[in-house]
Design a binder for this molecule. Structure first.
Ligand code: FHN
Length: 589
């Protein structure tokens, strides 16, 4: 292929909302589907689920009256007796299912998943199998009925979360706090019937349900036998319901991937509070909170718009779905702060969503640079970090690029040859969150083998600098602090098992202006809260705070002159470990 340069003028942002493949018509429960036809229905349902790409998760229940975590605060921050009486005060008079559905549409999600029953056992619908449900509250309205109807009116796919562990139900062996308690007279076989009855009731009353999102499978009383039986039982009732991998026991922790075995039922993997790894061979969906808590938390720390969007594009760039969670307030409203952030996401997607819906991840895999998606002959580049100088360099593709357009406007230059694709756009025409460029090829983009995008030398100001850590895994040099500032994506600083707080302190060698941080925790995702501090006149000052880090975390902050910086992990689920801790100044990146 000869070298070819295309200079594309400032095309207007031609935004075409992807027309989602028509959702499959619900299959009548009584329809006698032969095996081949059933598989077609099931496979098509999973493909439609993947095409939706972006959903809204809703964690709600009487616990919102206390503002503590649903399920987990029962018997912890809230005494069990008090927690189990909250329903008597639960009266969300401002609940308006159409308002929620309108907000979901404004956000750009294509499906909604609500906690019908979380670990605390309370049911948000009028169940004939328990009195511990919404009809026992002063509100006396069926939330699932109203929300499922509203979703249909607003062309949103309706999904239901259901916890298999139930720390309230007398037949389920475990109790609060957190499953560490024990029920006096459990009856697990009878509880399994309860689960089957309730989930059948949900499908038959509020269906067709797009996705059944199980959770709480990790505890010992639930088995892969129960899980696989339940999976088949439900598919008999509604063959096109999509069911996650937490129905059985195959999930590998918070990574959410399924250990390959015929024992592990489930149609998609479920990474949690992290972006899953690139995988086109197995459907997956990352569930991530917009704040820090799943259910309503007053003054919760919300993720920035940049973090939400970059999480979304890196997720779909990995061929996954993103289920972004909100926790409604006790009065039934979604908190205005959260609603505003959701609408900001929707506004961004109105401009750039063409590369999200109905696409597949790749062919350029997510990385520090950004992510890419593809559909038909188009590749959508979501460029988050541009090189300090020169073009973005992507691996070559065999198909000729016939057109390039920045969806936000701007003059795109694309050079394609046998060695690389070089993309550039004037700095002042880039989107600060992600610059979206559509490359149109002569051939199908999905036929291109997915590729990693080589990392450029980062020119990080921490590179090679003196660094000390509060803890190093077994004191081993292989995991020493300097592995976080060696600009090597294959080495990492690690800390001992059980460590929940840790810090890295770097001497930049001389006072430097810094305003941008890049941290790569990759799949470990143990950090729950951190702060970045600079030392000025002997005093440490916080310039950035955050919650989860994950892969390729980047954030900017007000430029500040400093020589010593430190990253403090304030909360971690286990020993923090970071591949890279990089800092940049306004001029350097
Ligand atoms: O314990 C639950 C938690 O409350 C929340 O519902 C998340 C969402 O996926 N799932 C469990 C933790 O893995």
């Amino acid at each position: 292929m000869s070298s070819r340069t295309m200079v594309i003028g400032c095309g207007l942002a031609v935004v075409i909302q992807a027309v989602l493949p028509c959702l499959i018509a619900p299959v009548d429960a009584g329809e006698n589907l032969d095996q081949a036809a059933r598989e077609t229905v099931e496979k098509r349902a999973v493909r439609e689920f993947q095409a939706r790409r972006f959903g809204m998760f809703i964690h709600w229940g009487p616990v919102s009256l206390r503002g503590t975590e649903i399920g987990w605060s029962r018997g912890a921050q809230v005494p069990i007796e008090e927690y189990d009486q909250l329903y008597k005060r639960f009266n969300p008079v401002s609940f308006d299912a159409d308002a929620w559905a309108r907000l979901a549409t404004d956000t750009g999600v294509k499906y909604v998943v609500i906690t019908s029953k979380h670990h605390d056992g309370f049911c948000l619908w009028d169940s004939q199998y328990t009195d511990y449900d919404i009809m026992a509250t002063p509100f006396k309205r069926d939330i699932l009925a109203e929300l499922s109807d509203a979703c249909r009116r607003h062309d949103l796919n309706f999904g239901v979360y259901y916890s298999l562990c139930d720390w309230h139900h007398p037949d389920y062996p475990r109790d609060s706090p957190g499953g560490r308690g024990r029920k006096p007279h459990p009856d697990m076989p009878r509880y399994f019937e309860y689960v089957k009855n309730q989930t059948r009731e949900i499908l038959q009353r509020y269906g067709p349900v797009g996705v059944l999102w199980f959770d709480g499978e990790w505890e010992q009383p639930w088995t892969s036998q129960y899980g696989n039986q339940l999976y088949r039982f439900l598919k008999e009732i509604q063959p096109d319901v999509v069911i996650n991998n937490r129905v059985s026991k195959g999930r590998a922790g918070m990574q959410g991937t399924t250990r390959q075995s015929e024992l592990n039922a489930g149609d998609f993997d479920t990474p949690e509070q992290r972006i899953g790894g690139f995988n086109r061979d197995r459907p997956w969906e990352s569930c991530i909170t917009i704040g820090r808590q799943w259910s309503w938390k007053p003054h919760d720390e919300l993720k920035s718009l940049a973090e939400c969007i970059q999480t979304l594009v890196r997720t779909v760039g990995g061929d996954g779905n993103l289920l972004l969670n909100v926790g409604p307030m006790p009065d039934g409203r979604i908190e205005p702060r959260q609603a505003d952030r959701l609408r900001e996401i929707g506004d961004w997607l109105k401009k750039y969503g063409d590369g999200v819906y109905g696409t597949r991840g790749g062919p350029f895999k997510p990385g520090g640079w950004g992510a890419s998606t593809c559909r038909g002959h188009n590749i959508y580049l979501y460029v988050i970090n541009w090189p300090d100088e020169g073009p973005l360099v992507l691996p070559p593709v065999s198909s000729n690029i016939t057109q390039a357009m920045a969806l936000g406007g701007g003059g795109v230059t694309v050079k394609q040859d046998d060695d690389a694709i070089r993309v550039s756009i004037p700095a002042n025409e880039r989107d600060p969150i992600a610059t979206v460029i559509r490359l149109t090829l002569q051939d199908s983009a999905l036929d291109i083998e997915p590729m990693d995008v080589p990392r450029l030398p980062s020119e990080s100001l921490t590179f090679g600098r003196a660094v000390k850590a509060s803890n190093v895994f077994l004191g081993m040099n292989q995991f020493a602090a300097d592995k976080a500032v060696d600009d090597d994506a294959d080495t990492r600083w690690a800390t001992d098992e059980g460590v929940s707080k840790a810090s890295l302190e770097v001497d930049l060698g001389e006072p430097r202006v810094v305003n941008r941080v890049y941290i790569d925790e990759r799949q470990w995702n143990r950090v729950r809260r951190f702060e970045l501090q600079v030392n000025q006149n002997g005093q440490w000052r916080t310039v950035l705070t955050g919650t989860t880090i994950g892969a390729d975390y980047t954030a900017t902050f007000k430029p500040v002159l400093t020589r010593r910086v430190r990253l403090r992990v304030l909360e971690a689920t286990n020993g923090p470990t970071l591949y890279e801790f990089q800092l940049f100044g306004p001029a350097t990146r």
